[in-house]
Design a protein around this ligand. Structure first.
Ligand code: NAD
Ligand code: UGA
Length: 459
């Protein structure tokens, strides 16, 4: 079959895979190829055992795979054949050298730029899909324009705003699609070409165009704003615990103001995920590089509160369990950084588990999707850790349960049955405020929600 356009995506990860599957489903006239250097990942994308868990994703992939969606390790052929190349490689925090622990590690991204120059034999549009520091497109243009073949690459920024666990829905019904380009004739034309892809299913008023730098920076700022809301409510949760105010009531009251809005105001054990921390660290680093230290300090505080909240949660467990947890069996309900994903990157569960193990607790980790990743995250730590997918089995003989992930299944557990199988006094620390605390208390648990009065049977 002859396709109108060949679209390539370099990087078959949490963003590249789902995004391209949806583009293929919505643009049957385009051939969409996703390439990656990771052979195992590509093998799994070509099977029904996809490398990432996302509700609804397998159905979308199955409907288009082999029709106009292809997964391959052949990066070179992918580049040759493509009219449009999305670059969706990982951009983690740098772990070495200058800017370590703060700046973005751009090595994977830069490698793709060199590969594109080496193997492209005609002009192409290059789309930054990865989250990148503002003005990265300038560096990409420099590398790409170095070619001696007389071909032109137009660089576009099209940051991705999907959330894990709802990626398919977010891609099908985005709040907006942002396309940044050079404000030149060729830049605007390339932006229109990218907009035309999304116009297959996204309303015109939701496709926003901007200059390149605004698009790049909007992505970092959007994540910083979202994380800031969580740190704000988490900071308030600490004050609630001192004053007997209820953080959920405050979220509702404050979020009812239409200027503030109700979403992203759930107090938690802390935000996790591969991006919030890395993107804010990157924002802070960029601000400092421009000598904007007050601005950098402001955003850095969002991360500091997140670390404080995780520490506070662990300190509370230890203090309430009579200042010692040595040899006590503690169940972590959930290990994914949020519900509906198996992703554990930067999950607060990693911090909590590490600290509880340092205190020599015996941990049992339960999660419906993330146990494979949990094992990898905790490998190398000293201490006793079991992995048990069944929460009922996990709780047998346990002294305490700590809710780390807001999986829906945990709301529906039979806690009377769980309580009966546990050692007494039994403790429950709800790091997500998803359970019915009054009911748990009546069953016999000593209950410690976040940002709400605790319910204990002790005099
Ligand atoms: P990921 O680690 O899941 O996937 C990146 C993939 O790129 C990996 O499979 C890796 O093997 C591949 N890769 C690296 N270098 C390559 C090369 N030279 N050639 C071919 N393949 C290469 O990362 P992700 O979570 O998909 O994130 C990708 C980007 O999107 C990041 O910049 C991230 O900040 C951003 N982002 C992520 C999310 C999310 O929910 N995970 C959401 C929005 C934006
Ligand atoms: C986030 C953003 O929401 C996406 O728009 C963005 O594209 C993505 O980062 C990215 O750049 O990677 P994601 O990290 O997948 O998406 O998930 P979120 O729903 O934002 O949750 C992030 C963390 O915040 C989770 O640990 C979650 O449990 C926590 N959270 C969220 C809270 O603690 N309270 C809330 O009210 C909301």
């Amino acid at each position: 079959m002859k396709f109108a356009k060949n679209i390539l995506c370099i990087g078959a990860g949490y963003v590249g895979g789902p995004t391209m599957a949806v583009i293929a489903a919505k643009c049957p006239g385009c051939k969409v190829t996703v390439v990656d250097v990771n052979e195992e990942r590509i093998r799994r994308w070509n099977s029904d055992d996809l490398p990432i868990f996302e509700p609804g994703l397998l159905d979308v992939v199955r409907s288009v795979r082999g029709r106009n969606l292809f997964f391959s390790n052949d990066v070179v052929e992918g580049i040759r054949a493509a009219d449009i190349i999305f670059v969706s490689v990982n951009t983690p925090t740098k772990t070495f050298g200058h800017g370590a622990g703060m700046a973005s590690d751009l090595q994977y991204w830069e490698k793709t730029a060199h590969e594109i120059v080496a193997h492209a034999d005609r002009s192409k549009i290059i789309v930054e899909k990865s989250t990148l520091p503002v003005r990265t497109a300038e560096a990409m243009e420099c590398i790409l324009q170095e070619n001696k073949k007389g071909i032109h690459f137009e660089v576009i920024s099209n940051p991705e705003f999907l959330s894990e666990g709802s990626a398919v829905k977010d891609l099908l019904e985005p709040d907006r699609v942002l396309i940044g380009s050079r404000q030149t004739e060729s830049g605007r034309k390339a932006a229109q070409e990218i907009a035309a892809i999304f116009a297959h299913w996204v309303a015109a008023d939701k496709i926003i165009t901007s200059n390149l730098w605004s698009a790049e920076l909007s992505k970092l700022v959007a994540n910083a704003f979202l994380a800031q809301r969580i740190s704000s409510i988490n900071a308030v949760s600490a004050l609630c615990e001192k004053t007997d105010a209820d953080v959920a009531e405050i979220s509702f009251a404050v979020g009812s103001d239409t200027r503030i809005g109700p979403r992203f105001l759930n107090a938690s054990v802390g935000f996790g995920g591969s991006c919030f921390k890395k993107d804010i660290l990157n924002l802070v680093y960029i601000c400092r590089s421009y000598d904007l230290n007050e601005v950098a300090d402001y955003w850095q505080a969002v991360i500091e509160i997140n670390e404080y909240q995780q520490e506070r949660f662990v300190r509370k467990i230890i203090k309430e369990m009579f200042n010692t947890i040595v040899g006590k069996k503690i169940v972590l309900l959930g290990f994914a950084f949020k519900a509906n994903t198996g992703d554990t990157r930067e999950s607060p569960g990693i911090f909590v588990a590490g600290k509880l193990l340092e205190e020599r607790a015996q941990l049992v980790i339960s999660d419906p999707q993330a146990l494979e990743n949990a094992r990898k995250e905790l490998s190398g730590l000293d201490g006793s850790v079991e992995y048990e997918p069944d929460p009922y089995r996990a709780a047998v003989d346990a002294q305490a349960i700590a809710v780390i992930t807001e999986w829906d299944i945990y709301r529906k557990l039979d806690f009377a049955k769980i309580f009966a199988s546990m050692r007494k006094p039994a403790f429950l620390f709800d790091g997500r405020n998803i359970l019915d605390h009054q009911k748990l208390f009546q069953i016999g648990f000593n209950v410690f929600p976040l940002g709400k009065p605790s319910l204990t049977h002790f005099k």
